[in-house]
Design a protein around this ligand. Structure first.
Ligand code: FAD
Length: 328
Protein backbone atom coordinates (compact mmCIF):
# COMPACT_ATOMS: atom_id res chain seq x y z
CA UNK A 1 0.00 0.00 0.00
CA UNK A 2 1.33 3.47 -0.93
CA UNK A 3 0.55 6.64 1.04
CA UNK A 4 -1.25 8.11 -1.98
CA UNK A 5 -4.79 9.44 -1.91
CA UNK A 6 -7.08 8.41 -4.77
CA UNK A 7 -10.06 10.59 -5.71
CA UNK A 8 -13.04 9.21 -7.61
CA UNK A 9 -13.95 11.81 -10.24
CA UNK A 10 -17.67 11.72 -10.93
CA UNK A 11 -18.69 12.70 -14.46
CA UNK A 12 -21.93 12.65 -16.33
CA UNK A 13 -22.03 13.00 -20.07
CA UNK A 14 -18.40 14.12 -20.06
CA UNK A 15 -19.04 16.87 -17.50
CA UNK A 16 -17.12 16.59 -14.23
CA UNK A 17 -19.11 17.31 -11.08
CA UNK A 18 -17.67 20.33 -9.17
CA UNK A 19 -17.69 18.22 -5.97
CA UNK A 20 -14.94 16.06 -7.52
CA UNK A 21 -12.61 19.07 -7.83
CA UNK A 22 -13.30 19.92 -4.18
CA UNK A 23 -12.17 16.40 -3.25
CA UNK A 24 -8.86 16.95 -5.04
CA UNK A 25 -8.32 19.85 -2.59
CA UNK A 26 -9.17 17.53 0.34
CA UNK A 27 -6.74 14.92 -1.02
CA UNK A 28 -4.06 17.58 -1.36
CA UNK A 29 -4.53 18.46 2.32
CA UNK A 30 -4.28 14.76 3.33
CA UNK A 31 -1.05 14.34 1.35
CA UNK A 32 0.38 17.45 3.01
CA UNK A 33 -0.14 15.75 6.40
CA UNK A 34 0.48 12.11 5.51
CA UNK A 35 2.77 12.28 2.46
CA UNK A 36 2.14 10.57 -0.87
CA UNK A 37 0.58 12.12 -3.94
CA UNK A 38 -2.88 13.00 -5.14
CA UNK A 39 -4.18 10.60 -7.76
CA UNK A 40 -7.57 10.34 -9.43
CA UNK A 41 -9.65 7.92 -11.43
CA UNK A 42 -12.23 8.63 -14.10
CA UNK A 43 -14.61 6.02 -15.50
CA UNK A 44 -16.79 6.29 -18.59
CA UNK A 45 -16.70 6.09 -22.35
CA UNK A 46 -14.41 8.28 -24.50
CA UNK A 47 -13.08 10.16 -21.51
CA UNK A 48 -9.49 10.96 -22.62
CA UNK A 49 -10.23 14.69 -22.58
CA UNK A 50 -11.19 14.56 -18.88
CA UNK A 51 -7.64 13.81 -17.69
CA UNK A 52 -6.37 17.36 -18.28
CA UNK A 53 -8.93 19.26 -16.13
CA UNK A 54 -8.20 16.79 -13.32
CA UNK A 55 -4.42 17.33 -13.44
CA UNK A 56 -5.00 21.09 -13.70
CA UNK A 57 -6.86 20.90 -10.38
CA UNK A 58 -4.13 19.04 -8.51
CA UNK A 59 -3.94 15.33 -9.44
CA UNK A 60 -0.42 14.10 -10.23
CA UNK A 61 -1.67 10.96 -11.92
CA UNK A 62 -4.99 10.07 -13.52
CA UNK A 63 -6.24 6.51 -14.08
CA UNK A 64 -8.73 6.24 -16.95
CA UNK A 65 -11.07 3.27 -17.26
CA UNK A 66 -12.61 3.77 -20.68
CA UNK A 67 -15.19 1.28 -21.91
CA UNK A 68 -18.61 1.22 -23.53
CA UNK A 69 -19.88 -0.77 -20.53
CA UNK A 70 -19.19 2.32 -18.39
CA UNK A 71 -21.05 4.86 -20.54
CA UNK A 72 -23.94 4.92 -18.04
CA UNK A 73 -23.47 4.38 -14.32
CA UNK A 74 -24.30 0.96 -12.97
CA UNK A 75 -23.05 -0.16 -9.62
CA UNK A 76 -21.56 -3.53 -10.52
CA UNK A 77 -19.59 -2.31 -13.54
CA UNK A 78 -18.28 0.80 -11.79
CA UNK A 79 -17.29 -1.20 -8.71
CA UNK A 80 -15.33 -3.58 -10.94
CA UNK A 81 -13.67 -0.64 -12.71
CA UNK A 82 -12.66 1.22 -9.55
CA UNK A 83 -11.51 -2.02 -7.90
CA UNK A 84 -9.16 -2.54 -10.87
CA UNK A 85 -7.74 0.97 -10.36
CA UNK A 86 -7.28 0.36 -6.61
CA UNK A 87 -5.45 -2.88 -7.36
CA UNK A 88 -3.01 -0.99 -9.59
CA UNK A 89 -2.70 2.27 -7.61
CA UNK A 90 -2.72 0.76 -4.09
CA UNK A 91 -3.82 3.98 -2.39
CA UNK A 92 -3.90 4.43 1.37
CA UNK A 93 -7.08 6.49 1.24
CA UNK A 94 -9.86 6.96 -1.26
CA UNK A 95 -12.24 9.95 -1.43
CA UNK A 96 -15.63 9.82 -3.17
CA UNK A 97 -18.25 12.61 -3.42
CA UNK A 98 -21.37 12.16 -1.28
CA UNK A 99 -23.80 11.96 -4.18
CA UNK A 100 -26.34 9.24 -4.90
CA UNK A 101 -23.82 7.64 -7.21
CA UNK A 102 -21.00 8.11 -4.70
CA UNK A 103 -22.93 6.53 -1.81
CA UNK A 104 -23.92 3.56 -3.93
CA UNK A 105 -20.40 3.03 -5.25
CA UNK A 106 -18.59 3.56 -1.93
CA UNK A 107 -20.65 0.95 -0.08
CA UNK A 108 -20.14 -1.70 -2.75
CA UNK A 109 -16.48 -0.89 -3.09
CA UNK A 110 -15.86 -1.12 0.66
CA UNK A 111 -17.60 -4.50 0.79
CA UNK A 112 -15.66 -5.83 -2.17
CA UNK A 113 -12.26 -4.57 -1.04
CA UNK A 114 -12.81 -5.15 2.72
CA UNK A 115 -12.05 -1.47 3.21
CA UNK A 116 -13.03 0.87 6.05
CA UNK A 117 -15.76 3.37 5.13
CA UNK A 118 -17.24 6.57 6.57
CA UNK A 119 -20.01 8.28 4.63
CA UNK A 120 -20.97 11.94 4.34
CA UNK A 121 -17.95 13.53 6.02
CA UNK A 122 -17.40 17.25 6.51
CA UNK A 123 -13.68 16.98 7.16
CA UNK A 124 -10.88 14.41 6.92
CA UNK A 125 -7.41 14.25 8.45
CA UNK A 126 -4.89 11.73 9.77
CA UNK A 127 -3.95 10.76 13.34
CA UNK A 128 -1.11 8.23 13.71
CA UNK A 129 -1.54 7.31 10.06
CA UNK A 130 -5.21 6.47 10.51
CA UNK A 131 -7.91 8.40 8.69
CA UNK A 132 -9.98 10.59 11.02
CA UNK A 133 -13.28 11.60 9.45
CA UNK A 134 -15.68 14.12 10.95
CA UNK A 135 -19.42 14.04 10.29
CA UNK A 136 -22.61 15.30 11.87
CA UNK A 137 -25.13 12.93 13.40
CA UNK A 138 -28.66 12.93 14.81
CA UNK A 139 -30.00 15.70 12.58
CA UNK A 140 -26.94 17.85 13.17
CA UNK A 141 -27.12 17.73 16.99
CA UNK A 142 -23.70 16.03 17.32
CA UNK A 143 -20.41 16.07 15.50
CA UNK A 144 -18.70 12.68 15.57
CA UNK A 145 -15.14 11.71 14.69
CA UNK A 146 -14.43 8.28 13.21
CA UNK A 147 -10.98 6.75 13.08
CA UNK A 148 -10.32 4.02 10.50
CA UNK A 149 -7.71 1.29 10.94
CA UNK A 150 -4.64 1.83 8.77
CA UNK A 151 -4.12 -1.85 7.88
CA UNK A 152 -6.63 -1.60 5.01
CA UNK A 153 -7.88 0.85 2.43
CA UNK A 154 -9.72 3.79 4.05
CA UNK A 155 -12.67 5.21 2.10
CA UNK A 156 -14.54 8.41 2.92
CA UNK A 157 -17.37 10.09 1.04
CA UNK A 158 -17.29 13.88 1.39
CA UNK A 159 -20.17 16.33 1.28
CA UNK A 160 -20.35 18.95 -1.47
CA UNK A 161 -18.74 22.27 -0.55
CA UNK A 162 -17.02 20.88 2.56
CA UNK A 163 -13.76 21.82 0.77
CA UNK A 164 -12.97 24.59 -1.68
CA UNK A 165 -11.43 23.51 -4.97
CA UNK A 166 -7.86 24.64 -5.60
CA UNK A 167 -7.31 27.31 -8.24
CA UNK A 168 -7.04 25.80 -11.69
CA UNK A 169 -3.47 25.54 -12.89
CA UNK A 170 -4.03 25.84 -16.60
CA UNK A 171 -1.83 23.73 -18.85
CA UNK A 172 -0.49 21.50 -16.06
CA UNK A 173 -0.42 17.90 -17.16
CA UNK A 174 0.30 14.74 -15.20
CA UNK A 175 0.80 11.06 -15.76
CA UNK A 176 -2.15 9.32 -17.40
CA UNK A 177 -2.58 5.55 -17.02
CA UNK A 178 -5.17 3.52 -18.90
CA UNK A 179 -6.55 0.66 -16.84
CA UNK A 180 -8.03 -2.30 -18.72
CA UNK A 181 -11.66 -2.98 -17.87
CA UNK A 182 -12.86 -6.52 -17.37
CA UNK A 183 -16.21 -7.51 -16.00
CA UNK A 184 -17.10 -11.05 -14.99
CA UNK A 185 -20.37 -12.71 -15.96
CA UNK A 186 -21.92 -12.18 -12.50
CA UNK A 187 -21.30 -8.43 -12.51
CA UNK A 188 -22.37 -8.13 -16.15
CA UNK A 189 -25.88 -9.38 -15.36
CA UNK A 190 -27.09 -5.95 -14.19
CA UNK A 191 -27.60 -3.59 -17.11
CA UNK A 192 -28.98 -0.06 -17.43
CA UNK A 193 -31.15 0.14 -20.53
CA UNK A 194 -32.21 3.77 -20.42
CA UNK A 195 -31.91 6.80 -18.15
CA UNK A 196 -34.96 9.08 -18.11
CA UNK A 197 -34.44 12.51 -16.55
CA UNK A 198 -37.30 13.45 -14.22
CA UNK A 199 -36.89 17.18 -14.82
CA UNK A 200 -35.16 18.57 -17.85
CA UNK A 201 -32.67 21.34 -17.36
CA UNK A 202 -33.45 22.00 -13.69
CA UNK A 203 -30.59 21.51 -11.26
CA UNK A 204 -30.93 19.06 -8.39
CA UNK A 205 -30.58 20.64 -4.94
CA UNK A 206 -27.69 18.33 -4.07
CA UNK A 207 -25.66 19.65 -7.00
CA UNK A 208 -26.35 23.35 -6.72
CA UNK A 209 -24.07 25.99 -5.29
CA UNK A 210 -27.05 28.24 -4.60
CA UNK A 211 -30.49 27.09 -3.44
CA UNK A 212 -33.65 29.18 -3.23
CA UNK A 213 -36.01 27.26 -0.98
CA UNK A 214 -39.67 27.84 -0.19
CA UNK A 215 -42.07 26.77 2.53
CA UNK A 216 -45.77 26.27 3.12
CA UNK A 217 -46.19 30.06 3.06
CA UNK A 218 -45.87 30.00 -0.76
CA UNK A 219 -49.47 28.72 -0.67
CA UNK A 220 -49.50 27.18 -4.18
CA UNK A 221 -47.38 25.56 -6.85
CA UNK A 222 -47.92 28.60 -9.07
CA UNK A 223 -46.51 30.97 -6.48
CA UNK A 224 -43.19 29.07 -6.54
CA UNK A 225 -42.65 30.81 -9.91
CA UNK A 226 -41.02 33.76 -8.13
CA UNK A 227 -38.48 31.40 -6.50
CA UNK A 228 -37.72 29.78 -9.88
CA UNK A 229 -37.14 33.24 -11.37
CA UNK A 230 -34.68 34.14 -8.61
CA UNK A 231 -32.96 30.76 -8.86
CA UNK A 232 -32.59 31.20 -12.64
CA UNK A 233 -30.83 34.56 -12.25
CA UNK A 234 -28.50 33.09 -9.62
CA UNK A 235 -27.93 29.87 -11.61
CA UNK A 236 -29.24 27.97 -8.61
CA UNK A 237 -31.77 25.27 -7.77
CA UNK A 238 -35.16 25.43 -6.07
CA UNK A 239 -35.73 23.54 -2.83
CA UNK A 240 -38.73 23.22 -0.53
CA UNK A 241 -39.76 22.34 3.00
CA UNK A 242 -41.63 19.13 3.67
CA UNK A 243 -44.83 21.06 4.39
CA UNK A 244 -44.60 22.61 0.89
CA UNK A 245 -43.98 19.20 -0.69
CA UNK A 246 -46.71 17.47 1.30
CA UNK A 247 -49.12 20.18 0.15
CA UNK A 248 -48.20 19.32 -3.45
CA UNK A 249 -46.54 22.67 -4.24
CA UNK A 250 -43.28 20.91 -5.21
CA UNK A 251 -42.22 17.30 -5.79
CA UNK A 252 -40.54 15.49 -2.90
CA UNK A 253 -37.35 15.31 -4.99
CA UNK A 254 -36.86 18.97 -3.98
CA UNK A 255 -37.50 18.42 -0.26
CA UNK A 256 -34.67 19.51 2.00
CA UNK A 257 -34.35 18.08 5.49
CA UNK A 258 -34.21 15.03 7.67
CA UNK A 259 -36.48 12.98 5.44
CA UNK A 260 -35.48 14.89 2.30
CA UNK A 261 -32.07 15.78 0.92
CA UNK A 262 -29.09 17.07 2.86
CA UNK A 263 -27.54 20.07 1.13
CA UNK A 264 -24.44 22.18 1.76
CA UNK A 265 -24.53 24.96 -0.84
CA UNK A 266 -22.53 28.20 -0.71
CA UNK A 267 -25.81 30.09 -0.34
CA UNK A 268 -29.17 28.85 1.00
CA UNK A 269 -32.08 31.28 0.74
CA UNK A 270 -34.94 30.15 3.00
CA UNK A 271 -38.11 31.93 1.90
CA UNK A 272 -41.06 31.59 4.26
CA UNK A 273 -39.59 28.55 6.00
CA UNK A 274 -40.07 28.40 9.76
CA UNK A 275 -36.87 26.48 10.59
CA UNK A 276 -38.16 23.28 12.19
CA UNK A 277 -35.36 21.03 13.47
CA UNK A 278 -36.14 18.52 10.71
CA UNK A 279 -35.62 21.19 8.05
CA UNK A 280 -32.43 22.48 9.67
CA UNK A 281 -31.04 18.92 9.61
CA UNK A 282 -30.89 19.20 5.85
CA UNK A 283 -29.42 22.67 5.33
CA UNK A 284 -27.63 23.97 8.43
CA UNK A 285 -24.26 23.01 6.89
CA UNK A 286 -24.75 25.67 4.16
CA UNK A 287 -21.96 28.26 4.03
CA UNK A 288 -24.25 31.31 4.06
CA UNK A 289 -27.92 31.17 5.07
CA UNK A 290 -30.30 34.01 4.24
CA UNK A 291 -33.77 33.81 5.80
CA UNK A 292 -36.83 35.78 4.72
CA UNK A 293 -39.70 35.50 7.15
CA UNK A 294 -42.52 37.75 8.37
CA UNK A 295 -42.20 36.41 11.95
CA UNK A 296 -39.21 38.00 13.64
CA UNK A 297 -38.79 35.17 16.16
CA UNK A 298 -38.98 32.35 13.58
CA UNK A 299 -36.42 29.64 14.51
CA UNK A 300 -34.78 29.91 11.07
CA UNK A 301 -33.25 33.24 12.17
CA UNK A 302 -31.18 31.40 14.83
CA UNK A 303 -29.14 29.66 12.11
CA UNK A 304 -29.29 32.45 9.51
CA UNK A 305 -26.20 34.46 8.57
CA UNK A 306 -28.51 37.25 7.38
CA UNK A 307 -32.15 37.59 8.32
CA UNK A 308 -34.83 39.71 6.61
CA UNK A 309 -38.10 40.25 8.45
CA UNK A 310 -40.16 40.77 5.33
CA UNK A 311 -42.93 39.42 3.15
CA UNK A 312 -41.34 37.06 0.63
CA UNK A 313 -43.91 37.99 -2.04
CA UNK A 314 -42.56 41.54 -1.96
CA UNK A 315 -38.86 40.90 -1.33
CA UNK A 316 -38.13 37.96 -3.66
CA UNK A 317 -39.17 39.77 -6.89
CA UNK A 318 -37.13 42.82 -5.79
CA UNK A 319 -34.05 40.63 -5.25
CA UNK A 320 -34.55 39.06 -8.69
CA UNK A 321 -34.66 42.51 -10.30
CA UNK A 322 -31.56 43.70 -8.42
CA UNK A 323 -29.53 40.58 -9.32
CA UNK A 324 -30.63 40.95 -12.95
CA UNK A 325 -29.34 44.54 -12.94
CA UNK A 326 -26.06 43.47 -11.32
CA UNK A 327 -25.54 40.73 -13.91
CA UNK A 328 -26.31 43.12 -16.77
P1 FAD B 1 -44.57 26.36 8.50
O1 FAD B 1 -44.14 25.72 9.76
O2 FAD B 1 -46.02 26.54 8.28
O3 FAD B 1 -43.84 27.77 8.44
C1 FAD B 1 -44.14 28.76 7.49
C2 FAD B 1 -43.27 29.96 7.79
O4 FAD B 1 -43.47 30.94 6.81
C3 FAD B 1 -43.57 30.63 9.15
O5 FAD B 1 -42.35 30.85 9.83
C4 FAD B 1 -44.22 31.96 8.76
O6 FAD B 1 -43.88 32.97 9.68
C5 FAD B 1 -43.58 32.22 7.42
N1 FAD B 1 -44.39 33.06 6.52
C6 FAD B 1 -45.74 33.03 6.31
N2 FAD B 1 -46.07 33.89 5.34
C7 FAD B 1 -44.92 34.50 4.92
C8 FAD B 1 -44.64 35.48 3.95
N3 FAD B 1 -45.58 36.01 3.15
N4 FAD B 1 -43.36 35.89 3.80
C9 FAD B 1 -42.35 35.36 4.58
N5 FAD B 1 -42.58 34.42 5.54
C10 FAD B 1 -43.85 33.99 5.69
N6 FAD B 1 -39.62 19.34 7.29
C11 FAD B 1 -38.76 19.65 6.29
O7 FAD B 1 -38.72 20.78 5.80
N7 FAD B 1 -37.94 18.69 5.81
C12 FAD B 1 -37.90 17.41 6.29
O8 FAD B 1 -37.14 16.58 5.78
C13 FAD B 1 -38.79 17.10 7.35
N8 FAD B 1 -38.79 15.85 7.90
C14 FAD B 1 -39.62 15.58 8.96
C15 FAD B 1 -39.56 14.33 9.57
C16 FAD B 1 -40.37 14.06 10.64
C17 FAD B 1 -40.28 12.71 11.31
C18 FAD B 1 -41.27 15.04 11.11
C19 FAD B 1 -42.14 14.78 12.31
C20 FAD B 1 -41.34 16.28 10.53
C21 FAD B 1 -40.53 16.58 9.42
N9 FAD B 1 -40.58 17.81 8.78
C22 FAD B 1 -39.67 18.10 7.81
C23 FAD B 1 -41.64 18.79 9.07
C24 FAD B 1 -41.21 19.91 9.98
O9 FAD B 1 -41.39 19.52 11.33
C25 FAD B 1 -42.07 21.18 9.71
O10 FAD B 1 -43.43 20.84 9.87
C26 FAD B 1 -41.88 21.78 8.33
O11 FAD B 1 -40.52 21.93 8.05
C27 FAD B 1 -42.58 23.13 8.28
O12 FAD B 1 -42.48 23.66 6.99
P2 FAD B 1 -42.58 25.22 6.73
O13 FAD B 1 -41.50 25.91 7.50
O14 FAD B 1 -42.61 25.41 5.25
O15 FAD B 1 -44.03 25.57 7.24
Amino acid sequence: MSSNVLVFIEQRGGKILPASFQLLAAANELCRIGGGQVEACVLGQEIDSLARPVTEQGAKKVYLVDDGELALYRATAYTAGVAAVVQQAKPKTMLIPTTFLGRDLAARLAARLHAGLVMDCMDVGYADGELVATKTMYAGKFTAKFQLAKDRLQIATIRSNAYTALPRNEGVSGEVAKVPFNIDAKDARLRVKEVVATSSGIKDVTEADIIVSGGRSLKSEGNFKILFELAAVLDGAVGASRAACDAGYQPHTRQVGLTGKVVTPRLYLACGIDGAIQHLAGMRGSKVIVAINTKKDAPIFKVATYGCVADLFQLVPLLTEEFKKMKA
